[in-house]
Write a protein that binds this ligand. Structure first.
Ligand SMILES: [Zn+2]
Ligand SMILES: [Zn+2]
Length: 432
């Protein structure tokens, strides 16, 4: 089957899915049978299945996040292929199909294409608007999210709890504290939507990120429902950002009581101790994690080039172009230093001397993936990276310098959000 036919069959799959949600299982079997017949496209189809399961409301537990990360890179091409077929087949005004495209484009980093699809819709419904709002939240465009919400309300649409989750999330990722507080207040008083635990975790995140840790704690205490791990996790993340080791320790202990098997909590706690120079405590937490048989999932970065997804881990030497990548990275870091880049070694966890620390942090997977992109992508093309974990502060700062020195747009999707780096600045405004 050539690419054109294959794309067309994908668009048919999409159509079937949209019109027979009740037959989702049957549909999945159909996708699987296509996978078997066209095994060379399996990766993209798996991605497609992942997208569908997300749209369906559940996440396919058989596909872990690290695998999904690499699929997102292929999403743009898939979305483009499907988009073309939909236009040709005359289904471009179908709201359900357009909504699937809005989501696919936003998830693949193409917020502009996602907007275009939305603006072409004559009568966008609530779900299409929710998808656009979710895209804004994902990319940290808080003001645009607020605008679209206001427009919806003006048109008489009744916002539901899902919309408020995305809206609060968008406010949180853009530092819109006043707006976030206002929407949290009016969601129940004006729109009759009682805050759920998700809304509380967005608010704790919003307050915590902006340094209002005390207010975040008060909000948790006032909750009429039991705070879950997401709520405490948001507070713990805020403690890390603002280096509040004392409160962070208490929150982590509470989290570990309810879930002693979550390696992320040990990592955050250990990172906080390391950042505060409390090496003995950091080692103790690491040892405890090891004793309990828990392992941190390794940080990986993915970049797509010529229909292939390239995966990098820290200090990766397995790539065929490894020697070139490391040489170019060293050269680039030297240029960055001359421009004022200072490695943020507090993100290295071990108690080693400064030189070794810098060497370790310079080989993070994000940096290797960016340099690979610089080597293979034609000048002017943006470099799109997907990370399975949250980007560290040093790689964030390095990506800003790289975008400036190399005059390249760099887009990084980490486990939390998108970062668009241009001319030495990030779209998150360093608020992440
Ligand atoms: Zn890093
Ligand atoms: Zn950023």
């Amino acid at each position: 089957m050539d690419d054109g036919n294959w794309s067309f069959s994908l668009s048919l799959l999409l159509l079937r899915f949209q019109y027979s949600k009740a037959k989702a299982r049957q549909f999945e079997m159909f996708v699987l049978s296509v996978q078997v017949h066209h095994y060379q496209k399996t990766r993209l189809l798996q991605f497609f299945r992942y997208e569908l399961s997300t749209i369906l409301g559940g996440v396919d537990s058989k596909i872990n996040f690290s695998t999904a990360s690499s699929f997102y890179l292929a999403a743009e091409r898939t979305a483009k292929g499907i988009h073309g077929c939909i236009v040709i087949s005359g289904f471009n005004s179908d709201v359900a199909i357009a909504t699937a495209l809005i989501i696919a484009y936003a998830k693949s980093g193409r917020l502009d294409a996602s907007h275009d699809v939305f603006h072409e819709l004559k009568n966008p419904d609530m779900i299409a608007r929710t998808a656009v709002l979710a895209g804004y939240a994902m990319h940290g465009h808080g003001k645009e999210a607020v605008n679209i919400f206001n427009l919806m309300v003006k048109e008489g649409l009744e916002p539901d709890h899902v919309i408020f989750t995305h809206l609060l999330n968008a406010c949180s990722h853009s530092g819109l504290v006043i707006e976030g507080k206002k929407y949290f207040e009016v969601m129940s008083s004006v729109y009759g939507v009682e805050p759920r635990v998700d809304h509380y975790s967005c608010m704790v995140d919003l307050l915590g990120r902006s340094g209002l840790l005390e207010e975040a704690c008060e909000l948790i205490q006032s909750m009429p429902i039991k705070p879950n791990a997401a709520v405490w996790g948001a507070l713990l993340g805020a403690c890390r950002i603002h280096n509040n080791t004392e409160l962070g320790k208490k929150v982590a202990e509470r989290l570990l009581e309810s879930d002693p098997l979550d390696p992320r909590i040990y990592i955050i706690l250990s990172n906080m101790y390391s950042a505060a120079g409390l090496w003995t405590d950091a080692s103790r937490v690491r040892a405890l994690m090891k004793d309990r048989g828990l392992r941190k999932s390794p940080g990986c970065s993915f970049i797509e080039h010529e229909n292939e997804v390239h995966r990098f881990v820290v200090d990766d030497r397995s790539h065929p172009e490894s020697a070139k990548i490391h040489a170019r990275l060293e050269e680039l870091i030297e240029k960055m230093r001359q421009t004022g880049f200072i490695p943020k070694t507090e993100f290295v966890l071990h108690d080693v001397d400064q030189e070794v620390k810098e060497d370790m942090i310079n080989k993070h997977s994000e940096k290797l993936a960016i340099v690979f992109g610089l080597l293979v992508k034609a000048a002017g093309l943006p470099i799109m990276i997907t990370n399975n974990l949250r980007i560290c502060g040093d790689c964030h700062s390095a990506a800003k310098f790289m975008s400036l020195i190399e005059k390249r747009k760099i887009i990084i999707r980490d486990s939390k959000r998108f970062h668009h780096f241009t001319d030495g600045l990030c779209s998150c405004g360093d608020y992440w």
